[in-house]
Every structure is written in C-alpha cells, then in structure tokens.
Design a protein around this ligand. Structure first.
Ligand SMILES: Nc1ncnc2c1ncn2[C@@H]1O[C@H](COP(=O)(O)OP(=O)(O)O)[C@@H](O)[C@H]1O
Ligand SMILES: [Mg+2]
Length: 230
C-alpha cells in the first residue's frame, strides 16, 4: 500500500446466510481509495453498496478477502478495538443524519472528540470551528430540529470530520435532501476532503453526486464494473 492509499479492499466477499438461501452481496471486490479523493459508489439497489461501506467501516466482517484502512488490517480488530478504530480513523454520514436531538449543533459535532478523550474545551473549540466551516456559525447553540435537512446534514459532515479521519463513508447522504441542499452538502464534502487529504466513498443513487466526485465506481451484483466512458 503506497502512502497515498488510505483504504484498500482485496478480493472482498460477503455472503449473508448459508445453504440454498445464501446471498452473495459482494463477490470479489478490489478497490483502493487515496488521500483527498471523493469516489461515488453507484449501482442498482441490492448491488452491495451498503455492504461494502459496512466492511470498510469496521461494522461487519468479510466472508473472505481483506480490508486495510489507515494502515490497519481490520481483520485484527475485536469489537472494542473496532469501535475505537471507527471513532479515531473513520467518519460516517447517513441518509437520515442521525444527530442526537437533545444535544446542540456544537455538542453533536464535539461528541466523537469527547468519546476520543478530548477535554470539553478542546472538543468544543474544534467543533465550533467546523460548524463555522460548514456555514452554520450562527447556529451552534440550536437543537438539530430547528435546522433544515440540508443544514442537519452539514452538521453531520462536521461531526464526521471532528477527529480528522482518514476515510469518510457516506451512505446516500443526499437521499433525503432536495437537489440544491444535496449539492451543497456534496460541495462541502469535496472541498473538505481535498483540503484535509481525506478519502471519501459516497454510496448514492443521486446523479449529481458524480459532479462532486473525482471518479465513480459501479457495483453490479456484488462486482465492480468499469463505468462506460463517454
Ligand atoms: N443483513 C443482511 N442479511 C441478509 N441479506 C442481506 C443483508 N444485508 C444486505 N443483504 C442483501 O445483500 C445484497 C446487497 O445489499 P446492500 O449491500 O444493502 O445493497 P445496496 O446498498 O446496493 O442496496 C442484497 O441482496 C440484500 O438483500
Ligand atoms: Mg444501500
């Protein structure tokens, strides 16, 4: 793995269940993600996009093959090490934001830093700077419910970045947003990934995500296909 490679999957397979009802969700996936690049992960529903994100995110284990993220082979992690690894090296953005409704915007963003052992002052300072960076400087004290969907997703992007992850995994991050808000979220993710040398893999059905990505990889029935060049 060269220095620029942040994450690598080798011959990755994930089979759910066994016997005649087994589902082959991933069937020999090879993929490398480099510093500062945003990659759109597309393909029909059921093609294995979420499964691939779960494996890269240390939330699930492959049936065979390997996943290396930030120089670490994820096969070596037990549950506790995996959650520590996720908090330290990964950021997650979900379709439905998953903000904690009883915490303010800044507190939501600060939470992963607090979990990682930062003092409240350090965590809040870092969170406040990120909240400003995603264009919500005046809204740090609000509760998530007081924000629009696009604003909530920008908070989620800030939260994903607070521990300076190597890799951000986003599963349909624009799926619950209107076109303009989705574009803003993607533009921010692209800018921040480039500024900070973070790799981002964005599973999506939204065609505009391509406009905010360096390249696209397409899953079909658990295998990566080469996208048509036009
Ligand atoms: N926990 C699970 N148990 C059994 N089958 C699953 C599970 N998760 C996903 N699958 C199956 O694996 C395949 C890939 O699913 P998924 O990774 O969610 O695809 P996508 O995100 O591209 O829609 C589908 O056939 C799906 O039904
Ligand atoms: Mg999915």
């Amino acid at each position: 793995m060269t220095d620029a490679v942040v994450a690598a999957c080798r011959d990755l397979r994930r089979v759910y269940g066994d016997g005649p009802t087994a589902v082959v969700a991933l069937d020999g996936v090879d993929l490398e993600l480099r510093r500062g690049e945003v990659v759109a992960l597309t393909g029909p529903s059921g093609s294995g996009k979420s499964t691939l994100l779960h494996l890269l995110g240390a939330m699930d284990s492959p049936t065979s093959g390997s996943v290396v993220v930030a120089g670490r082979d994820l096969a070596g992690l037990d549950d506790e090490a995996a959650s520590r690894f996720r908090n330290e090296h990964l950021g997650f953005v979900f379709q439905f934001f998953h903000l904690i409704p009883s915490l303010s915007v800044v507190e939501n963003v600060a939470l992963p830093a607090r979990l990682g052992g930062a003092t409240p002052a350090e965590a809040n300072a870092k969170a406040a700077a990120l909240v400003e960076r995603v264009g919500l400087g005046g809204r740090g004290d609000r509760l998530p419910d007081a924000l629009s969907g696009g604003q909530q997703q920008r908070v989620a992007v800030a939260r994903a970045l607070v521990n300076d992850p190597a890799l951000v995994l986003a599963d349909e991050p624009t799926g619950n947003l209107d076109h303009a808000s989705g574009g803003e979220v993607m533009r921010l993710l692209l800018e921040l990934a480039q500024e900070r040398g973070i790799a981002a893999l964005v599973a999506t059905h939204d065609p505009q995500v391509r406009d905010f990505s360096h390249r696209e990889v397409v899953l079909e029935d658990g295998r990566l296909a080469t996208p048509p060049t036009s």
